[in-house]
Write a protein that binds this ligand. Structure first.
Ligand code: ADP
Length: 617
């Protein structure tokens, strides 16, 4: 078996695996599929007794009577007896037939109902389970997976690929199971009726297999390309949604639409390649099955005329009925096979995410820290995002009880430093220690309990303001939430809202200013009550006075804790206990505001740049 076939089988097996918790229902589906298929085949089989036991003897007797009436033949002595026998034979068979008819009429819809419901239940549930599983894994992925192109790729996989993969599950647990049952039942009866004719009919098998194989492979390949293209389309959509203000302001609607069209048409072409192969495959299978049916018909008639193979008219008719009955399931199975080939790459893409390495596991002896006693220390930390080095040996101390500010030009690596402290990434060289313990040996959940960040981009969730502030401490008492909001100087604003803390962020929409949003996220961080609080440009949307008020409140609250302050506006870091200047991936200066000003180094240069009205940027 080729490697590709093996991996397809593995993917298929994993899709099946999702039905594991629902085995009883799967068994019910299979059993009732078989019952239904048996019913269908039985119905076709009935033509044999109808013709051979009833119609044909009846025909024989009546033609004999015709001959007697026309005087060509003399009536045999037991003519009456023969007629009586026939009559009772018909009556006997009629009873059986009637019973069979009742069983079929009532039994088949019932079987179908049970099978359809159980099958649909399993496949819908399995789709939901897979998506939930995916979401769970996505939440555990390292941050690097969520950057720009990674994001649209993830959306495409979470939305489109899971749907397409679920289609394979639908086909497996729905139609396919049923159709396979019909094919098996029909083949069994066909062999029972006449095995020689059945063997001839089987010849169509290899032909169909070759057709399916050839086109299946093509479908798989083109479907992979199509699914990858969906990520590109999603990327354009995200760009439009995220950049709509700029797009409108720069009148770039046409530009965006053209770009979208380009990607979407590429999707169309790739989708059509899948469809072309699917349609061709189906037509060739159709050709093979039509040819097979006609050949069987001709061969059967020839066999009856020539009197070989022990074929009666009833057997041939039943046989042809059964062959005709196979037509629809064969067509369905072809479709299902193609759709499964189509779904395999999508399923593979889903499994890629499920198998993607999550954030590295905590080592077994990882320590759960309760609080930070002494402080944090960066030791010769070196880090890059894959290309150029961002940090080239940072040494920095953040003792408990101090506010330490990091300043530096844009892109100098300040945010990266904060991300390392939260272990969104690990340094390639050097280490970060918390009370002398390497961060990699601290349990991640306890670390993120101790260290909290407020980012420049105030991220609010679409729920009430109360829930937003309580985000990291869902069980916090209302009074505690209010205290945090007061410290963040946002309590008064919230009080004035029509529904106060119960107002939802979505309702407010654009009525929440950037500054108000920032203050809500600050309140959220304060409520968390961390040992180390990182402010990454967290007050950039506040005016200088509001900023100072927020800082003062936080300094008071943060007694015995550490604040790492990243700020672009240098006036806001003046009050920090210590200021570290980051440049070229290293800390080049460190000291209080006054110390650094006196030193006429980079800090002074930056301060002067910001103060000078002509050159300030
Ligand atoms: P600052 O916060 O000082 O503006 P950052 O830490 O955000 O600087 O970025 C430092 C450098 O690392 C920049 O050159 C930036 O382009 C690069 N960078 C930041 N984040 C990523 C990322 N996720 N992937 C690749 N490069 C990044």
């Amino acid at each position: 078996m080729s490697r590709r076939a093996k991996s397809s089988l593995r993917t298929l097996a994993r899709l099946f695996w999702y039905a594991r918790p629902y085995v009883p229902l799967v068994v019910i589906t299979i059993v009732f599929s078989l019952v239904y298929a048996g019913g269908l085949t039985g119905r076709a089989y009935l033509t044999r007794p109808l013709i051979d036991d009833i119609a044909a003897p009846n025909l024989e007797v009546s033609s004999l009577e015709d001959l007697i009436a026309s005087g060509q033949v003399e009536a045999p002595e037991d003519m009456e007896l023969q007629r009586q026998q026939l009559k009772s034979q018909i009556q006997d068979r009629l009873g059986d037939l009637l019973l069979a008819a009742i069983v079929l009429v009532l039994g088949m819809p019932t079987a179908r109902l049970i099978r359809d419901y159980a099958g649909e239940w399993v496949m819908t549930r399995v789709g939901v389970d897979m998506q939930t599983h995916l979401c769970q894994r996505v939440l555990g992925l390292p941050l690097s997976r969520f950057e720009q192109e990674g994001r649209s790729d993830l959306i495409a996989r979470m939305m489109s690929d899971t749907l397409v993969a679920n289609r394979a599950q639908v086909l497996i647990f729905g139609e396919a199971l049923q159709d396979i049952a019909i094919v098996i039942a029909a083949a069994g009866v066909a062999f029972y009726l006449n095995w020689r004719l059945s063997l001839v009919a089987l010849l169509v098998g290899p032909a169909v297999a070759i057709i399916l194989q050839v086109f299946g492979q093509r479908i798989r390949r083109s479907s992979q390309a199509r699914q990858e293209q969906i990520a590109q389309v999603v990327a354009r959509m995200l760009q439009i949604l995220g950049g709509i203000k700029v797009i409108k302001a720069f009148r770039a609607e046409k530009l965006e639409l053209d770009a979208f069209k380009r990607e979407n048409f590429r999707y169309f072409r790739r989708a059509m390649r899948v469809i072309r192969n699917r349609v061709l495959s189906r037509s060739f299978v159709e050709l093979a099955s039509q040819a097979a049916f006609m050949s069987l018909l001709l061969l059967g008639i020839y066999a009856i005329v020539e009197g070989f193979w022990d074929l009666s008219l009833g057997v041939l008719t039943a046989f042809l009925f059964i062959s005709a009955m196979l037509y629809r399931p064969t067509k369905n199975l072809t479709r299902a096979y193609n759709a499964i080939q189509d779904a395999l790459p999508a399923a593979g893409r889903v499994f890629e995410i499920l198998d993607a390495p999550a954030e590295p596991e905590d080592p077994p002896d990882a320590i759960a820290l309760e609080r930070v006693g002494k402080g944090i220390r960066f030791r010769d930390v070196r880090f890059n995002y894959g290309r150029e080095a961002v940090l080239r040996g940072v040494d920095l101390e953040l003792p408990i009880g101090q506010v330490v500010a990091i300043v530096g030009r844009t892109g100098s690596g300040k945010t990266t430093l904060a991300d390392l402290l939260l272990r969104f990434y690990d340094p390639q060289e050097g280490q970060i220690e918390i009370d002398g313990v390497d961060l990699r040996r601290v349990r991640r959940d306890s670390l993120r309990e101790l260290v909290t960040v407020v980012t420049q981009e105030p991220i609010l969730f679409d729920t009430t303001i109360l829930e937003n502030i309580r985000y990291g401490r869902p069980d916090a008492a209302f009074e505690v939430v209010v205290d945090a909001a007061r410290a963040a100087h946002v309590h008064e604003f919230i009080e004035e809202l029509p529904e106060g803390y119960e107002t939802t962020v979505g309702e407010l929409g654009a009525r929440l200013s950037g500054g108000q949003r920032q203050r809500i996220t600050i309140a959220r961080a304060i409520l968390r009550d961390p040992s180390v609080l990182i402010f990454d440009e967290a007050t950039s949307a506040l005016d200088a006075r509001a900023e100072r008020a927020v800082y003062e409140a936080i300094w008071n609250l943060m007694e015995g804790r550490t604040v790492l302050l990243i700020a672009h506006r240098l006036s806001s870091v003046r009050a920090a206990d210590r200021i570290a200047v980051l440049e070229d991936g290293r800390i080049v200066e460190e000291g209080s505001h006054e110390d650094l000003l006196a030193r006429s180094g980079l800090y002074r240069e930056l301060v002067e740049l910001q103060l000078s009205p002509m050159t300030s940027r």
